[in-house]
Design a protein around this ligand. Structure first.
Ligand code: ADP
Ligand code: ADP
Ligand code: ZN
Length: 219
């Protein structure tokens, strides 16, 4: 089963993808995570992507399309029961490239799960977001604190990081990019009849429950 978790920045895509990875063995493919890894490693395209990401704009289509295309060729992905696209596609050109790639590999998209969240809530979610530096588990100052203050629930690390682009100004720019370039994709997938809407304003557990319900209805 291959799905897209779709929604604006801060909607909860990463949080939910990690839960589905655990519950169903699906593999999370986050272009944002892959780009941040390239930036940290200082690769050629990482250097180019860094500035664009700090401004809250989209990196060129060909860059992310190549990243995804390469990732789909790796053994763990090939052997998995399916993948979760998180943060990809973000433009019509990316969606078209994805359709082509999947067709070539004999794969198909089963659902595009749209997480609907208001812009004001997104700003609050993103400005309060932090992540375990060791295992990548996501947290929120208000909505998802570690069970023991300052200690990661998953791995026990006491080091946490915040993303350079998770500040209010960049968030506004990212939301603008979302509404202008990414939201129109919902219509693209409506035409394919695979859009499923979930109330992204609900609690993290409730959103998980709604997504699991959608996935159960597919299989
Ligand atoms: P995305 O991957 O869509 O950008 P994240 O999954 O990183 O979003 O979530 C953004 C922030 O909001 C994180 O700090 C996360 O803990 C928190 N969060 C995620 N889902 C919810 C929710 N349903 N209610 C409240 N906070 C949430
Ligand atoms: P979020 O969902 O919280 O906005 P991501 O981690 O998905 O964040 O993306 C962070 C940044 O990485 C984006 O603002 C953009 O600059 C870049 N990026 C990630 N995925 C894509 C993509 N599919 N196309 C273009 N740029 C992307
Ligand atoms: Zn951790």
């Amino acid at each position: 089963m291959n799905i897209i978790l779709f929604g604006p920045p801060g909607a909860g895509k990463g949080t939910q993808a990690k839960r589905l990875q655990k519950s169903r063995g699906l593999i999370q493919l986050s272009t944002g995570d892959m780009l941040r890894a390239a930036v940290a490693a200082g690769t050629e395209y990482g250097k180019k992507a860094k500035e664009i990401m700090e401004k809250g704009e989209l990196v060129p289509d060909e860059v992310v399309i190549n990243i995804i295309s390469d990732r789909l060729e790796e053994d763990d992905v090939k052997n998995a029961p399916g993948v979760i696209f998180d943060g990809f596609p973000r433009t019509v050109a990316q969606a078209e490239a994805l359709d082509k790639m999947l067709a070539e590999k004999g794969m198909k998209l089963d659902a595009v799960i749209v997480l609907d969240v208001d812009d004001d809530a997104l700003v609050e979610r993103i400005t309060g977001r932090f992540t375990c530096a060791k295992c990548g588990k996501g947290y929120h100052e208000k909505f998802e604190r570690p069970k023991v203050e300052g200690v990661c629930d998953e791995c026990g690390s006491t080091e946490f990081t915040r993303r350079a682009d998770d500040n209010e100004e960049t968030v506004r720019q990212r939301l603008e990019a979302y509404h202008a370039q990414t939201a129109p994709l919902i219509e693209y997938y409506e035409k394919a009849g695979i859009v499923k809407r979930v109330d992204g304003m609900a609690s993290i557990d409730e959103v998980t429950r709604q997504i699991e319900q959608v996935l159960d209805s597919l299989s």
